[in-house]
Design a binder for this molecule. Structure first.
Ligand code: TXE
Length: 478
């Protein structure tokens, strides 16, 4: 059994109260994590506060050097990151290798390199020069979810520290293992103590204490929209800098000129990657009526053949959902879809795996048709392997249907004409749209949503801007 400790002021600190961490693929206990409280957050804030002055006094280049060291040390442990992530979340090991482990390393490497070019800007006037400099905000509170644990944690920690902030990070209580590995790496490379502090525990205790803490000046939160609202209610009147990356109910639009055979794997990947537990997943699929009869049976056949099973097997394309409670929630939406008059074209039940996975939180990839695009199933975030599929007559109708939700995170358009795809993409009310691809990420571009999908942008210079205060110094010419 793994025993995880908080990492505060460069030390691993044991806790007398613990929570259990469960492997969702077989229901077995894998770790104990600290059930921390406000006092632990206070301790972490003291450590972050003490480290601030000397850390912020370093140049960006000096801090970037530390990011490189962390990236190198993480890279050596890539296989371990993938195994722990697969064990903790139930995701297939192949996905944990290709996405979670590699992006966690890349986040540190990218922000280390990118920040070196993030210089002060000067604006000349006739009689004065403005110098815009970027100062650290102070202590950053970073709260992350369970779907891409180290990927999202590193996405926040790397830009926060390179801009000179010190941080208190709270990983999801469901998936703490790789945050602990990161603490080990930070300890091993000798990052100055107090720069990164990791406090484990429940959102309602540790998360809330971070958001409420008067010395924490910035909150970056990724998680559910309901939790995001609570975070904003507390942080806004305290005038904290706030970035919220929340849920999505993203549209996948297949236009009549799409190459069906080439499009189906992309649409299936967008719908079901990580068992549909990615905020960017395309869970509402809109298909032109002109190709509907050809597309739908082929798509159903493709999804039926996706291999679901042992997350540690290289062959598995789909693993378990993150927890039994989450599987229950996703199943409740399958029942809702049936009550709303939907037809289950495939999936809808547990896959009936052999022991020990018969005890796991598995669910077959599920396609529902026959529902209104305004139904609850087609507009509420399910965050699981369930997609709805709807026909449309024209590009205009597809756009109207795509924009019919309170969410506005991402989307994708599939077409034989990329200019037409771009025209449709521009009319979709979301922060990001892909054409003929999905989750194709360049870390320099802005990432974030509109409407109920969040506030603010991270990524590239948007992250560096968010994790700093732009200060103007106007010097009158002598
Ligand atoms: O997320 P929570 P949950 C969506 C998805 C899912 C739903 C709920 O629809 O079904 O959210 O998932 C911490 N103050 N997404 O319940 O609760 C919590 O401990 C401060 C989308 O797991 O939002 C965890 O570290 N923090 C999403 C983090 O917030 C609090 C990914 C996210 O947990 C807190 C995950 C509080 N009061 C779920 N309560 C995405 N956009 O990628 C909880 N937390």
């Amino acid at each position: 059994m793994i025993k995880i400790h908080n990492f505060i002021n460069g030390k691993f600190i044991a806790s007398d109260k613990n929570l259990e961490d469960i492997n969702p693929a077989n229901g077995e206990k894998i770790a104990y994590i600290p059930n921390s409280n406000r006092k632990d957050v206070d301790l972490a804030v003291q450590a972050a506060d003490s480290a601030r002055e000397s850390w912020s006094a370093l140049s960006i280049g000096e801090r970037a050097f530390w990011l490189g060291k962390i990236a190198d040390a993480l890279e050596i442990r890539s296989e371990e990151i993938a195994s722990l992530e697969s064990l903790d979340t139930g995701k297939p090991i192949s996905l944990a290798r290709a996405v979670d482990a590699s992006r966690s390393v890349a986040n540190f490497r990218f922000f280390g390199e990118f920040a070196k070019d993030f210089q002060q800007e000067n604006f000349e006037m006739d009689d004065a020069t403005n110098h815009v400099i970027f100062k650290p905000v102070g202590i950053a509170g970073l709260i992350t979810p369970w779907n891409l644990p180290l990927y999202l944690l590193s996405w926040k920690i790397a830009p926060a520290i390179v801009m000179g902030n010190t941080v208190i990070a709270k990983p999801s209580e469901l998936t703490p293992l790789t945050a602990n590995l990161l603490a080990e790496v930070i300890h091993e490379v000798g990052l100055p103590k107090g720069v990164v502090n990791i406090v484990h525990g429940l959102g309602s205790d540790v998360g809330q204490a971070i958001v409420e803490h008067p010395k924490i000046n910035l909150i970056s939160f990724t998680g559910g929209t309901t939790t995001g609202k609570k975070v904003a209610e507390i942080a806004a009147p305290m005038f904290k800098k706030l970035s919220l990356e929340l849920g999505g109910k993203n549209a996948t639009i297949v236009l009549d000129d799409a190459d069906i055979e080439a499009t189906i794997p992309g649409v299936a990947r967008a719908g079901f990657l990580n068992q549909g537990q990615v905020c960017l997943c395309g869970s509402r699929i809109f298909v032109s009526k002109k190709i509907w009869d050809d597309f739908v049976p082929k798509f159903v056949n493709y999804v039926k053949n996706m291999k679901i099973g042992d997350p540690s097997s290289d062959d598995s394309e789909l693993g378990a959902l993150v927890s039994f409670a989450h599987r229950d929630k996703v199943e409740s939406y399958i029942h809702l879809a049936q009550r709303e008059g939907g037809e289950i074209l495939c999936g809808g039940k547990s896959p009936g795996l052999d022991a020990p996975f018969d005890k796991g939180a598995f669910l077959e990839p599920t396609i529902v048709s026959g529902l209104s695009h305004l139904s609850r199933t087609a507009t509420e975030e399910i965050f699981g392997p369930v997609v709805t599929i709807h026909p449309f007559e024209s590009d205009k109708e597809a756009i109207e249907m795509a924009n019919c939700t309170d969410y506005g995170l991402a989307g994708s358009v599939w077409t034989g004409d990329s200019e037409r795809g771009k025209r449709v993409a521009e009319k979709i009310e979301t922060g990001m749209v892909w054409v003929n691809t999905w989750l194709h990420r360049d870390l320099r571009v802005p990432f974030g949503g509109i409407k109920n999908s969040g506030v603010g942008r991270e990524g590239g210079r948007w992250s560096l801007g968010f994790f700093s205060e732009a200060i103007n110094i106007c010097v009158k010419n002598s």
